[in-house]
Design a protein around this ligand. Structure first.
Ligand SMILES: Cc1ncc(COP(=O)(O)O)c(C=O)c1O
Length: 399
């Protein structure tokens, strides 16, 4: 009998060879392995609001247990449209413009698959949320990166160069991905910055795909502005959002897109064949969540402001140079002072020897060398968790 040894790689698509598994999710596995405090992945370790959990239980008890309408339960789509009108003054037709997906993760990939052809380019600011790279590749598009530069002063802002951004736009550009408030930098894009992006989108006939899942997590008086609210952008913006961060339910997997009707039709087709639909009872709970009073959002932001102001001094005391976030719940740090070979060496030491998991900066850049001096910490955690991390980090020695 002849021995046949099929190399597994022969069975795999070329597509998957162009990216690796998520470093962020791997760091969570490492944290569990080494019993480390997990400041790597962005999920809260405190309970979700009781009224939302009750709404989910009620929906299951009322037998909302079968497929919802593919593009989302009517109740939830109505609530999403109302919120966009209330918070951003953008009128949305829930029948033709909203698609509920399995998290904003699915919303992003369904969108890119719905709008990109092979050879299209997608402009992405870097450092970037790591999903955008594989998302572009899976949709056949080529990512084109434009640098966000770290603040030059202790509490300054991340900025981009207008000329560099303009140079990234040309006739093959299909879309720009804008994530504001931003993961991992905590940058909140200002109106003039968004208007600049808007002008380029109009000039080069390009779509804006905006990931706004941290829209309510804002500090220091910053304001979230939806790209779709800018003049001239309603017909060329796909707004992506979800329940994960605003309602502390990252495991529920409910997100959505808001887009012009023709683009929505295309997104709904992709979404249907990828997942059929998001969990039906959790969509009902989503409608209840999106109807919470304005005070809920103020408390959410204030809670995270306190957590930020608890973790940042602890990191600074341990020697990290922190880039103070203005939104979202991460802090990017510069690690030069420690004298480690790179971000991977430090995060490995942190998780194994210090007992704190963080994310190596290189996972947010196309060229790992660009992030070799940066590490990201998440502060969506209980005070006890942040204090325990601080206690462990005090053991860290500077070079
Ligand atoms: C910028 C950004 N977009 C999307 C996601 C994923 O969101 P969801 O849970 O809705 O899929 C995350 C999660 O960390 C994120 O930081």
């Amino acid at each position: 009998m002849s021995e046949v040894s099929a190399q597994p790689k022969h069975f795999l698509s070329d597509r998957v060879s162009h990216f690796t598994e998520s470093v962020i999710r791997e760091m969570t596995r490492q944290a569990m392995l080494h019993n480390a405090v997990n400041l790597a992945q962005g999920f809260p370790d405190f309970p979700a609001p009781a009224e939302i959990k009750k709404a989910a239980q009620d929906a299951i008890a009322a037998d909302v247990n079968q497929y919802a309408i593919t593009w989302g339960a009517k109740n939830l789509r109505g609530a999403i449209a109302r919120q966009m009108q209330t918070w951003q003054g953008v009128p949305v037709d829930p029948e033709t413009q909203v698609t509920v997906c399995c998290g904003s993760t699915e919303a992003m990939i369904s969108t890119l698959m719905a709008v990109c052809n092979a050879g299209d380019e997608v402009v992405i600011f870097e450092p970037y949320y790591e999903n955008y790279g594989p998302d572009s590749i899976l949709s056949g598009a080529k990512p084109r990166f434009v640098k966000l530069r770290p603040p030059q002063t202790p509490h300054g802002e991340w900025t981009f160069d207008e000329h560099e951004l303009r140079a990234a736009f040309h006739k093959h550009t299909k879309a720009i991905v804008v994530n504001t408030p931003n993961n991992p930098t905590g940058k909140v894009f200002t109106r003039p910055e968004l208007e600049l992006i808007r002008d380029l989108c109009v000039e080069f006939d390009v779509l804006a795909i905006t990931d706004e899942i941290y829209e309510h997590i804002l500090y220091d008086g910053t304001q979230h502005i939806s790209m779709a609210s800018l003049d001239g952008m309603q017909d060329r913006t796909i707004t992506i959002n979800g329940m994960s961060k605003t309602y502390s339910v990252t495991g529920w997997r409910v997100g959505w897109t808001i887009a012009p009707p023709k683009i929505t039709d295309a997104i709904r087709k992709v979404h249907d064949f990828l997942t059929v639909g998001a969990p039906a009872p959790l969509q009902e709970a989503g409608a209840a969540a999106l109807s919470l009073p304005p005070a809920y959002y103020l408390n959410l932001a204030e809670g995270y402001r306190k957590r930020r102001d608890r973790l940042v001094p602890a990191l600074e005391e341990a020697g990290f140079q922190c880039f103070l976030p203005r939104g979202a719940y991460y802090v990017m740090t510069d690690i030069s002072v420690f004298g480690f070979a790179d971000d991977l060496a430090l995060t490995k030491y942190l998780v194994k020897d210090i007992g704190v998991a963080a994310v190596p900066g290189s996972s947010f850049y196309r060229d790992p060398r660009d992030g070799a001096r940066q590490v990201r910490f998440a502060f969506c955690k209980r005070d006890e968790t942040l204090d325990e991390a601080a206690r462990r980090l005090r053991k860290l020695r500077r070079a």
